[in-house]
Write a protein that binds this ligand. Structure first.
Ligand code: 3DU
Length: 215
C-alpha cells in the first residue's frame, strides 16, 4: 500500500449503504480501507470489490487455522479483490507460510497480529508478541499489527522487525490511543474505526487525525 496519509479506515459498519457513504466521504484521507467480519457477515464478500474501487482493501479476518484452510481463505479473499489480509501468528510458522505463499502468488500483502490493543491483549499475547513478530519477519510477511494503545510495545516490536516490515496500528481514539504518539513510536499507519465512522462528519474526523500525525 502506498503511504500518503498514514491512515487506514476500519469500516466496521454492517450495512452496504453506510459503508459506501462513509468510504466515499473519507477516501481522500485514507490509504486503505480495512473490512472485517462485521461488514462482510452483514453484506457478503462482494462488498470488498465495491470498496476496492475507492481504496485498497485490507481483509481483517485474523486468519487462524491449519495451512490448507488458511490457503483456501486467502485465495478466496484475494479473488474477491482484497489487496491484503490480516492473519494470526500463534497458529505457527506453517500456517503463516501458507498465507505468505498465496499472497506471493497473487502479489498481495500479509499482516500478522503480534499483540492486540484491548486490555485482554496482554493476557496471552504479551509473552509471545516478540516471537510472533520475529516469525513474521522470517516468513517474509509484509508487516505486523501492533497496539496503538501501547506505543512502547510498538517501539519494542519495531526493534525486532527492523525497517523492512510495516507496522499497522489499531487502538487510536475509541480505545484511547494517540495517533501521533504511535507514529512517533514507529508505526507506519494507524487503523481508526469508531472515531471516524461514528462521527457526524467522517471526513472532518479523518482529516483531523491526518493533521495530528503530520505523516
Ligand atoms: O477501535 P476502533 O473502532 O478504532 O477499531 C479498531 C479496529 O481494529 C477494529 O476493526 C478492530 O477489530 C481492529 N483491531 C483492533 O482493534 C485491535 C487489534 O489488536 C487488532 C485489530
Amino acid at each position: 500500500m502506498e503511504k500518503k496519509n498514514c491512515l487506514i479506515l476500519a469500516l466496521d459498519v454492517t450495512d452496504r449503504e453506510n459503508a459506501l457513504r462513509i468510504a466515499n466521504e473519507v477516501s481522500e484521507y485514507v490509504d486503505s480501507i480495512k473490512v472485517g467480519y462485521p461488514l462482510v457477515l452483514g453484506e457478503g464478500l462482494g462488498i470488498v470489490k465495491e470498496l476496492a474501487e475507492l481504496a485498497p482493501v485490507i481483509a481483517d479476518f485474523k486468519v487462524a487455522d491449519i495451512p490448507n484452510t488458511d490457503r483456501l481463505i486467502c485465495e478466496h479473499v484475494f479473488n474477491a479483490g482484497a489487496d491484503a489480509i490480516i492473519t494470526h501468528g500463534f497458529t505457527g510458522r506453517d500456517s503463516l507460510d501458507s498465507c505468505v505463499k498465496v499472497a506471493e502468488e497473487y502479489d498481495r500483502d500479509v499482516y500478522v497480529v503480534t499483540e492486540m490493543s484491548h486490555p485482554g491483549g496482554v493476557e496471552f499475547f504479551r509473552p509471545v508478541a516478540e516471537t510472533i513478530a520475529q516469525m513474521a519477519a522470517d516468513a517474509g510477511a509484509t508487516g505486523v499489527v501492533a497496539p496503538a494503545t501501547r506505543p512502547e510495545r510498538v517501539r519494542d516490536i519495531r526493534k525486532i522487525i527492523g525497517d523492512d516490515l510495516h507496522i499497522i496500528s489499531p487502538g487510536v481514539g475509541a480505545q484511547g490511543g494517540s495517533a501521533a504518539d504511535v507514529i512517533n513510536a514507529g508505526a507506519d499507519w494507524v487503523i481508526v474505526g469508531r472515531s471516524i465512522y461514528n462521527s457526524n462528519s467522517p471526513a472532518d474526523a479523518a482529516m483531523k487525525i491526518c493533521n495530528e500525525m503530520k505523516c
